[in-house]
Design a protein around this ligand. Structure first.
Ligand SMILES: *[C@@H]1O[C@H](CO)[C@@H](O)[C@H](O)[C@H]1NC(C)=O
Ligand SMILES: *[C@@H]1O[C@H](CO)[C@@H](O)[C@H](O)[C@H]1NC(C)=O
Ligand SMILES: *[C@@H]1O[C@H](CO)[C@@H](O)[C@H](O)[C@H]1NC(C)=O
Ligand SMILES: *[C@@H]1O[C@H](CO)[C@@H](O)[C@H](O)[C@H]1NC(C)=O
Ligand SMILES: *[C@@H]1O[C@H](CO)[C@@H](O)[C@H](O)[C@H]1NC(C)=O
Ligand SMILES: *[C@@H]1O[C@H](CO)[C@@H](O)[C@H](O)[C@H]1NC(C)=O
Ligand SMILES: *[C@@H]1O[C@H](CO)[C@@H](O)[C@H](O)[C@H]1NC(C)=O
Length: 370
């Protein structure tokens, strides 16, 4: 039981199970754009994202001989981490220790970032600026350029209108959710060949064209939920495993929207106004898919899904019929659906609508909601 819950959690959060690491820790705060943070203890990464209400800062001041800016706390267990979060800071503090690798500045009032702020720091690995007032025109073009060790740059919940540029080539995660980004410059992601996570949900993007994501060879998770897209962006990197597109208004879905995404495992399209008649029958028959979220749409029939799909969320639609061919084209010793969780609650269906032989098709089902 406990194990299957972990697996389910794993499948839903997706990310947790994908990145390999020797001794990982996962910090599943629903902050930081809602995607859990993967922490590598072997590299000395701090597993605490804030010291507030955890450890008495006065104790560090008394016991830590290292210099520490007045506005920040410097814990002794992570000597390269600097916690300056939730201080009402209007600016990045001066004289940050040169050896700083993990810089926490979230929940402040910081509106600008200049290259001189970080000039003396050469080994910065994480820069966390969520929940500030950052504005694109107050962000020095060269501020991040020389940070060759920077792997995480988080600026969710700010006032950015464009993707900061240029970004250092070694960046692995870029989290810019809940800003006011309305367009992406063609060169914004150029050279970011190690980028695995890109969060852009809750922005004002309408279109993304071909070249934008070119060169993102390692991109694994792309979150474009809650934007103003009216069609699925084309030419997304084929490395993508998790594609989140919920809360956009897709009136039409081209039949080849997901063609070429050979690694796509987790696809989220809830709250998108999707209707059965505007979706080609084969659209979701993508053989790599493990989890498909189509909840809160206007489907009247169950779309065709690959027999390898394990999690299908179709709650809160207008489905009136249960047609088994959606799951199984044929039923035989090896021909059956691998579905584990099927959600059909909040539709116009009841158990009476299930054909008597459905268990031969959905034979490994663990849970059905109807
Ligand atoms: C941030 O700035 C705003 C106005 O610019 C102010 O009302 C607010 O109190 C400030 N927040 C903090 C935590 O200082
Ligand atoms: C960088 O180091 C120089 C020389 O030690 C110092 O004068 C300057 O104030 C430092 N800059 C910052 C932003 O800390
Ligand atoms: C970045 O590095 C280059 C080459 O070392 C140097 O010329 C430039 O001044 C640096 N830029 C900033 C903003 O520190
Ligand atoms: C990308 O990651 C690889 C493997 O960790 C590393 O060797 C390479 O230097 C990184 N590329 C950049 C541009 O930092
Ligand atoms: C989508 O919108 C609904 C309703 O406004 C909200 O409850 C949900 O959290 C949103 N989901 C995402 C992924 O933005
Ligand atoms: C779905 O895709 C699979 C594999 O690509 C294919 O064999 C199958 O015929 C497709 N299903 C339908 C109903 O066309
Ligand atoms: C189920 O769907 C298939 C293909 O769309 C169709 O041929 C068949 O008549 C449907 N069966 C029922 C019971 O509606």
């Amino acid at each position: 039981m406990a194990v299957s819950m972990v697996l389910l959690h794993c499948a839903i959060l997706g990310l947790l199970c994908i990145f390999p690491s020797a001794s990982p820790t996962v910090v599943a705060y629903m902050e930081y754009g809602g995607i859990p943070l993967w922490i590598n203890r072997l590299l000395g990464e701090p597993s605490v994202l804030s010291l507030q209400n955890r450890i008495d800062p006065a104790w560090f001041r008394a016991n830590n001989p290292q210099p520490c800016p007045q506005q920040c706390d410097c814990p002794i267990q992570w000597t390269t981490a600097l916690y300056c979060d939730r201080r009402g800071l209007a600016d990045i503090p001066d004289s940050l220790p040169d050896k700083t690798q993990y810089l926490f500045l979230q929940h402040n009032n910081i509106s600008s970032l200049s290259s001189s702020n970080l000039a003396n720091i050469t080994g910065l690995r994480w820069l966390i600026l969520d929940h500030n007032q950052l504005e694109s025109d107050k962000l020095d073009q060269t501020a991040l350029q020389n940070q060759s060790q920077l792997c995480y740059f988080f600026a969710n919940y700010n006032h950015l209108s464009s993707v900061p540029r240029p970004l250092p080539a070694g960046l692995r995660q870029l989290r810019l959710a809940y800003n006011q980004i309305s367009s992406i410059s063609p060169k914004a992601f150029q050279n970011l060949q190690n980028l695995t996570v890109l969060l852009l949900q809750g922005n004002k993007l309408k279109t993304i064209t071909g070249g934008h994501f070119k060169g993102l060879f390692s991109l694994n998770l792309l979150d474009l939920s809650g934007n103003l897209f009216s069609s699925v962006p084309r030419h997304l990197p084929p490395s993508i495993q998790q594609l989140y597109l919920s809360n956009n208004s897709f009136t039409v879905m081209d039949k080849d929207s997901f063609v070429g995404l050979f690694n796509l495992k987790y696809l989220r399209l809830s709250h998108c106004g999707l209707q059965s008649r505007s979706v080609q029958p084969q659209l979701f028959n993508v053989s790599s898919l493990v989890e498909l979220d189509l909840s809160y749409n206007k489907f009247t029939t169950i779309p065709t899904v690959p027999s390898t799909l394990q999690y299908l969320y179709l709650e809160a639609n207008e489905i009136q019929e249960f047609n088994m061919t959606s799951f199984c084209r044929e039923v035989g010793p090896l021909s059956y659906s691998r579905m584990k969780i099927l959600r059909l609650d909040g539709n116009k269906l009841s158990y009476q609508h299930l054909p008597s032989d459905w268990v031969f098709c959905l034979r490994v089902l663990e849970r059905i909601y109807i």
